[in-house]
Design a protein around this ligand. Structure first.
Ligand SMILES: [Zn+2]
Length: 188
């Protein structure tokens, strides 16, 4: 495949993922959101650290484990200070890390992940201002490993409806290649 112009983006989640979890307060599965607060518990020389999620409706909390019975000396001082000061950036890093949720065996609310696109310098891209044309290759890296439906992604990038995307794919005007880390969209 040859292309005339290569455009590269990164897709990044705007904020922490929410979690779908059974709520003892609401008695049903509800959405829990990141409070950006940590809880640190010291027991002798051992530390437990959690990130606190909260039911959107009744504020019931869900503690997601970061460290369990970790020797205090093994946690870097700088990181420890961030836990104590409820560092928002750090809370958002955990909140957008799939492995963290897998480790805690909780379900990420994949249907409500809001994303933006950045160029390779990390600047926000306004997709509506792009004029794609025949011969373009749009290469989108996926550093957060977001699970995205092809058609939804292409609709977002090209600024068209999903049914239009289906038509364009069907007629061979758009070709998509997808792997874990990257989506390529070619325009013919
Ligand atoms: Zn609740």
């Amino acid at each position: 495949m040859s292309y005339l112009r290569k455009i590269e983006y990164k897709i990044v989640p705007d904020k922490s993922f929410s979690v779908i979890h059974n709520c003892p307060g609401c008695k049903v599965k509800t959405r829990y959101i990141n409070t950006n607060h940590f809880r640190v518990n010291a027991n002798g020389n051992k530390l437990d650290v959690w990130l606190i999620y909260q039911c959107e409706k009744c504020k019931h909390t869900l503690n997601l484990s970061i460290f369990e019975r970790q020797s205090a000396g093994k946690i870097p001082q700088e990181l420890y200070q961030k836990f104590l000061s409820n560092d928002e950036e750090l809370a958002n890093e955990y909140g957008r890390d799939f492995t963290f949720f897998v480790k805690n065996q909780v379900e990420v609310d994949n249907n409500n992940i809001i994303c933006s696109f950045e160029d390779m310098k990390g600047m926000l891209v306004e997709l509506k201002e792009m004029n794609y044309k025949t011969g373009d290759l749009i290469s989108i890296s996926n550093p957060y490993g977001l699970k995205l439906r092809e058609e939804k992604l292409v609709a977002m990038v090209l600024g068209i409806s999903r049914s239009m995307v289906k038509k364009l794919i069907g007629s061979g005007k758009v070709f998509i290649r997808q792997d874990i880390e990257k989506f390529d969209i070619e325009i013919f």
